[in-house]
Design a protein around this ligand. Structure first.
Ligand code: HEM
Length: 151
């Protein structure tokens, strides 16, 4: 394996690891928020204030991870060989949408913007769905490809 290929492989591994952490944190953020609004039956044995505390912290972990992964993605995206197939195109589109919706949501809750706060439930769920799509089109696909011997 060339040095260049080894470097891309290492970056892909780090990216996948961060992606997994982000996905778990995003599930945590979704559950804590839905439970605190009584939109799902109680799963976690936490008081309302603790649920929101955990929401903010799992959300921040997800946000930092998304930013880190985006930087790695942009770095890897410079390699033409990785830009061709439809999965990568889908991954890139979902990633860009996620960045916009996620940063917009954090901006909205920090500034308490009325327009966004009225729509914060579908917005938060949308952020999660995009996150899941990014994860499915990258990390989960890579794990599956390894398992079935595609990569
Ligand atoms: C039903 C879905 C969701 C709703 C209704 C929702 C709502 C909220 C609200 C109201 C806040 C402000 C909390 C406060 O200041 O006390 C908040 C903060 C935040 N949420 Fe969500 N959220 C949802 C899903 C998510 C998801 C899936 C993520 C991450 C993937 C996330 C990440 C964050 C982050 C990073 C913050 C800001 C923390 C800070 O101020 O530093 N949220 N959310």
């Amino acid at each position: 394996m060339t040095q260049e290929a080894e470097r891309v492989n290492t970056l892909l591994f780090v990216k996948g690891l961060i992606g997994l952490i982000v996905f778990i944190a995003a599930i945590g953020a979704l559950i804590t928020q839905l439970q605190s609004r009584k939109l799902i039956p109680p799963i976690l044995r936490l008081k309302p204030a603790a649920l929101l505390h955990w929401h903010r912290w799992s959300g921040r972990v997800a946000l930092i991870g998304v930013v880190l992964d985006s930087v790695i993605c942009i770095e890897i995206g410079l390699y033409p060989v990785l830009r061709r197939d439809p999965r990568h195109v889908i991954h890139i589109i979902l990633g860009v949408l996620l960045a916009g919706f996620f940063l917009g949501k954090v901006w909205t809750v920090r500034r308490k913007l009325k327009w966004g706060m009225k729509r914060i439930i579908p917005w938060g769920i949308g952020v999660f769905i995009l996150q899941a799509g990014v994860f499915l089109s990258a990390t989960l696909f890579a794990l599956w490809a390894r398992l079935v011997g595609l990569a």
